[in-house]
Design a protein around this ligand. Structure first.
Ligand code: HEC
Ligand code: HEC
Ligand code: HEC
Length: 276
């Protein structure tokens, strides 16, 4: 209608203040929900459910990795966990120069890789791929040529859902060269005296000299080990059935269907692992 004053818009500041109040209301709302459901200071009505879910997905190996990452952060590299150790003269020579926690460079995966050395010999991941040579993977035990198993991590305890306890503490998955029906160990038998010697004098050697020693001990060793996907996928490197892994355990390992894995390793290290 003519003459009537035009309807005025609210000033911009009103919207701003309104917005701020909405944020505050939302924050209070979220805080109240948290207080009721999960907060240790409230009735914690959802905590039992969360614990149940976590319980059913617990992985001893992953917990170990977490503990190790924690220790590494605080630089206590050694003696993290008490594992039964082989007598000095039976340990693979790699450990003389590389220590029990050989992976250090890549912070994202080092604890995970070091963890795998509890059930693999180094060569399982570091052996050079060669044409014309068939490599098969079997459990290797330095005290027993034909270890009967059951082996660590191959099955779940049906009652607890955790990995089954086993007596065999020393067997590790290891590569063998196949020639006809015979399997020959691909673990390098090497001169540990020479390696000990090297450790004593390495600070006095030039980079070239060090490199020469390294070459001598690195026959068939490739600098980067296999990536996760080489084994954690269907039709991967390892024949899980041959190695005695139970069906349900095999599926979990192939899909790496384990809580905490997806976010952590997919994003940072192995972009395609969980695709397909
Ligand atoms: C005599 C000492 C010695 C022994 C034994 C030894 N290494 Fe090494 N290794 C070295 C040196 C030196 C390097 C170079 C990096 C460094 O200075 O730490 C190295 C580096 C590596 C690397 C990183 C890539 C590269 O080539 O620089 C891998 C992987 C490796 N070693 C695996 C092994 C494995 C597996 C064994 C056992 C079969 C082994 N090493 C035995 C001395 C040794
Ligand atoms: C589960 C597979 C796996 C096993 C088992 C394994 N490695 Fe590795 N290793 C890798 C991968 C993958 C890399 C490359 C890591 C990166 O930098 O991304 C690597 C890198 C290395 C490096 C150089 C980089 C670093 O992290 O300092 C050394 C040295 C090494 N390995 C030594 C060893 C020794 C010694 C053993 C046996 C005690 C061993 N590895 C067993 C997978 C493995
Ligand atoms: C050479 C094959 C191989 C490679 C490479 C490998 N894994 Fe594994 N991984 C295995 C096997 C086999 C097991 C189970 C061993 C056992 O329990 O006896 C395992 C166990 C695990 C577990 C523990 C599963 C559980 O139930 O607790 C996690 C997590 C894992 N691997 C993640 C990784 C990641 C991440 C990488 C890459 C950084 C990787 N793996 C590389 C073969 C491999």
């Amino acid at each position: 209608m003519p003459g009537e004053p035009k309807r005025l818009e609210h000033p911009k500041s009103v919207y701003l203040i309104g917005f701020i109040f909405k944020i505050i209301t939302l924050t209070v709302f979220i805080a109240v929900i948290y207080q009721i459901t999960f907060s240790p200071h409230g009735p914690a009505v959802l905590v039992p459910i969360k614990e149940k879910i976590e319980e059913s997905q617990r992985s001893a190996i992953l917990e170990e990795v977490r503990r190790q990452e924690e220790y590494e952060k605080h630089r206590h590299f050694h003696n993290v966990v008490e594992y039964p150790q082989l007598p000095e003269n039976m340990r693979p020579v790699c450990y003389i120069c590389h220590s029990d926690y050989p992976h250090a460079k890549n912070k994202k995966v080092r604890a995970m890789l070091n963890m795998h050395t509890q059930f693999f010999v180094c060569e399982t991941c570091h052996i050079e791929d060669k044409k014309d040579v068939d490599v098969v993977y079997r459990w290797y035990n330095p005290f027993n040529e034909n270890p009967p198993g059951p082996f660590f991590g191959t099955a779940y305890d049906p009652e607890t859902g955790n990995l089954q306890e086993v007596e065999d503490q020393f067997s590790k998955i290891s590569p063998f060269f196949k020639s006809g029906d015979k399997l020959n160990s691909a673990i390098q038998i090497q001169d540990s005296d020479l390696a000990q010697d090297y450790v004593k004098v390495r600070d006095q050697l030039t980079p070239e000299q060090r490199d020469n020693v390294k070459k001598k001990f690195h026959v068939n060793i490739k600098p980067k080990g296999h990536e996760c996907k080489v084994c954690h996928s269907r039709k991967g490197l390892l024949e899980y059935k041959e190695l005695g892994f139970a069906k349900n355990r095999t599926i979990d390992l192939e899909q790496l269907n384990i809580k905490g894995m997806v976010t952590k390793y997919e994003k940072f290290y192995i972009p395609n692992l969980f695709g397909e």
